[in-house]
Write a protein that binds this ligand. Structure first.
Ligand code: FMN
Length: 373
């Protein structure tokens, strides 16, 4: 199926505008996963047969490979992601208010380099509508069989000083449906959002989110709240961010969001793509986002869960991030360039690597190379 996608699916998608191709793929996935026959075929083609179990945040994951934020902003194809075998699904970024995002075109592909540039700007239906989408889904199909995460963003219209209310309102509305919250203060496409990576804004947001946990989970200790950071921070800024997030109760970190740094284009089309404003994802992001995993693993003695995302295109990439210190992994661009078979490739590959190294669980491999330069 990977070969089929490479020969037929990808060339067809290449002929289309990137965002239109993305929306068509989402609709197709939703359609195929709702029909019993095509759902069975999807499962047979894409769902990994092996499991690589891991327990994080007191939750069980059948394997560590999940869908990164941005792919299904409005939670419209949950069954599709489950059917193709993802280990967990992150929806969003969701903002308190509905918003259209930036003007189109706003998503660009550099096929040779396997990179994307996007300046979507948190286009999403808003927290109220998305909570209704989830309610409808849960009533019809029950809760998903894999953990559901939500990426929390800030509405463009909300001033920075009120950001904490925006994040907390969305969290409250989506609380009944989700297992993990990711505070995204690192998207480059909402003006000044990255300012919230600094102490004052970050602490206010984390406090407001903990408040929601306290209000809604009177018996337990609340749901995990993670933070997602930009790869463009210096190592010193990253260290400070980790310290602030951890001491203010964040349960882990997602490394990383897209970058403002650009590689060399391999042809004139790519040069143009890399001149576009926005965040870059895919293969060129791999090294920096993996290096950040090593840094945070060392800083926290491997005791603070890290989610590795950025440029995963193969099982070798996934293994490198695990060895650097990631316990869970995600991808977005990899699905665009390698197709839905990426999940099977990664999970079966990880299973094989664990066996070849004589490890009995994934946790044995986490952070094994964190001390390498
Ligand atoms: C079109 C697009 C939209 C994205 N939207 C979000 C978002 O809403 N929130 C977020 O935290 N990350 C968002 N991301 C970043 C991804 O979740 C991920 O961190 C990044 O793309 C690096 O992973 P990759 O190299 O596997 O794509 C988006 C990425 C892309 C390409």
């Amino acid at each position: 199926m990977g070969v089929l996608y490479r020969w037929f699916g990808r060339p067809l998608l290449r002929l289309q505008d990137s965002e239109r191709a993305h929306l068509r793929s989402l609709k197709l996935l939703r359609f195929l996963s709702n029909n019993p026959l095509s759902r069975t075929m999807l499962k047979m083609a894409y769902k990994p047969r092996k499991s690589v179990e891991v327990e994080v945040f007191g939750q069980r994951y059948k394997h560590p490979f999940g869908l990164a934020a941005g792919m299904d902003k409005n939670a419209v194809s949950l069954r599709g992601w489950e059917t193709t075998g993802l280990g967990f699904i992150e929806i969003g970024g969701v903002t308190q208010h509905k918003q259209d995002g930036n003007t189109k075109p706003r998503m660009f592909r550099a096929d040779k380099t396997q990179a994307l540039v996007n300046r979507m700007g948190f286009n999403n239906q808003g927290s109220q509508q998305i909570s209704e989408n989830l309610l409808k889904h849960f009533k019809k199909y029950g809760s998903p069989s894999v953990p559901l995460w939500v990426n929390l963003g800030k509405s463009k219209a909300t001033p920075l000083e009120d950001a904490h209310t925006d994040y907390a309102t969305t969290m409250k509305l989506l609380w009944p449906f989700t297992d993990v919250f990711v505070v995204n203060v690192s998207s480059p496409n909402t003006p000044n959002l990255r300012e919230l990576q600094k102490d004052e804004g970050l602490i206010k947001i984390l406090d407001a989110c903990h408040q929601v946990n306290t209000e809604l989970d009177t018996e337990g200790s609340g749901k995990p709240i993670l933070v997602k950071v930009a790869p463009d921070l210096t190592d010193e800024q990253l260290e400070h961010f980790v310290h602030t997030s951890r001491s203010n109760g964040a349960s882990g970190i997602v490394l990383s969001n897209t970058t403002l740094v650009r590689p060399q284009g391999k042809n004139s089309k790519e040069v143009k793509v890399f001149e576009e404003t926005g965040g870059l994802s895919g293969r060129p992001l791999f090294d920096r986002s993996t290096e950040m995993i090593r840094i945070v693993n060392r800083l926290t003695d491997g005791e603070w869960p890290i989610v590795g995302v950025g440029g995963i295109m193969s099982a070798d990439d996934a293994w490198e991030k695990i060895n650097a210190g990631a316990t869970l992994l995600q991808a977005y661009s990899g699905f665009v360039f390698e197709g839905p078979s990426l999940t099977k490739t990664v999970v079966n590959g990880l299973h094989r690597k664990l066996r070849d190294h004589g490890y009995s669980t994934l946790i044995d491999a986490v952070g094994k190379d964190a001390d390498s330069p």
